[in-house]
Design a protein around this ligand. Structure first.
Ligand code: NAG
Ligand code: NAG
Length: 254
């Protein structure tokens, strides 16, 4: 199918390698979703319903039904409970989400895809200094929030207070993202030759605000769910979601 081919290609490029996935079945006790210490949850996608025939099976349930509650509502609800917290408790229940007509009588489950990100880290690299690395711990990747080559305060990078504390270069965020997003480390230099000169007579610095993110390698279950939901979900919308725009360090193997 042509459209499916296109979607698959987008998946390969933007793709989502490193998520945590939690699947909670209807009727199971509440589950605590957790990030490592000093990390907070960032929901990527969530669904309440059923996409897979072999997940959360009980008795003679109809398992070949595909149904789901409104994605946006499910995602917002999970975001509200979990985002920016180290842990949260979720329960899979139609009272918590909704029970669309096509889900009636079907045992549903809540599936949450999330990342763990560190607190915001700020790094400043001074103009005229050698290049420096922005680095995350092993197995973690950089998620750039923003960057500025210029100056935003009087005291960073200088032995005396600067006069100009308002020197912004709008393209530096994109340039740093290009260089660092999704990587474990990246080497940056604060120089006019790289970013242009946003203001004269000013000793500048490159400020980078970023998170380190952790996740798990994509697994078979997630891959089959992803390929299923690309057919059902407005994939473009998901890709546009700021949080899903993360990095894929390597493509799917199969
Ligand atoms: C589920 O599969 C059974 C057996 O193949 C079939 O009879 C039934 O109509 C299917 N139900 C749905 C909702 O597709
Ligand atoms: C940055 O890290 C890489 C890999 O560890 C290393 O090869 C490189 O020399 C580092 N660059 C700087 C400026 O420290």
């Amino acid at each position: 199918m042509r459209i499916h081919g296109i979607i698959t290609k987008i998946l390969f490029i933007t793709a989502l390698t490193e998520f945590y996935v939690e699947t909670i079945c209807d009727g199971e006790p509440p589950r605590t979703v957790k990030c490592p210490p000093q990390f907070v949850i960032s929901t990527v996608w969530a669904s309440y319903g059923r996409h897979l025939p072999d997940t959360c099976i009980e008795g003679d349930q109809q398992i070949n039904t595909t149904c789901h509650a409104n994605y946006e509502n499910t995602i917002s609800s999970v975001e509200e409970s979990c985002d920016d917290s180290n842990s949260c408790t979720l329960v899979s229940s139609k009272d918590e989400y909704e029970d669309p007509p096509e889900c009636k009588g079907v045992r549903k489950y809540l599936q949450v895809y999330y990342l763990c990100k560190s607190e915001l880290i700020t790094k400043a690299i001074c103009e005229f200094s050698p290049p420096e690395n922005v680095t995350c711990p092993e197995d973690q990747t950089i998620k750039v929030v923003d960057a500025n080559y210029g100056r935003k305060d009087k005291w960073t990078c200088g032995d005396k207070l600067a006069e100009n504390d308002r020197c912004l270069s709008s393209k530096s965020t994109d340039m740093v993202k290009e260089k660092c997003e999704g990587k474990n480390f990246c080497e940056l230099e604060a120089a006019n030759e790289v970013y242009g000169n946003p203001c004269g007579q000013t000793h500048k610095y490159l400020e980078v605000n970023f998170h380190c993110q952790a996740g798990k390698n994509i697994n078979k279950e997630l891959y089959s769910t992803l390929s299923l939901f690309t057919k059902m979900y407005n994939w473009k919308k998901l890709v546009e979601r700021e949080k899903a725009q993360t990095y894929i360090s390597r493509p799917f193997n199969r």
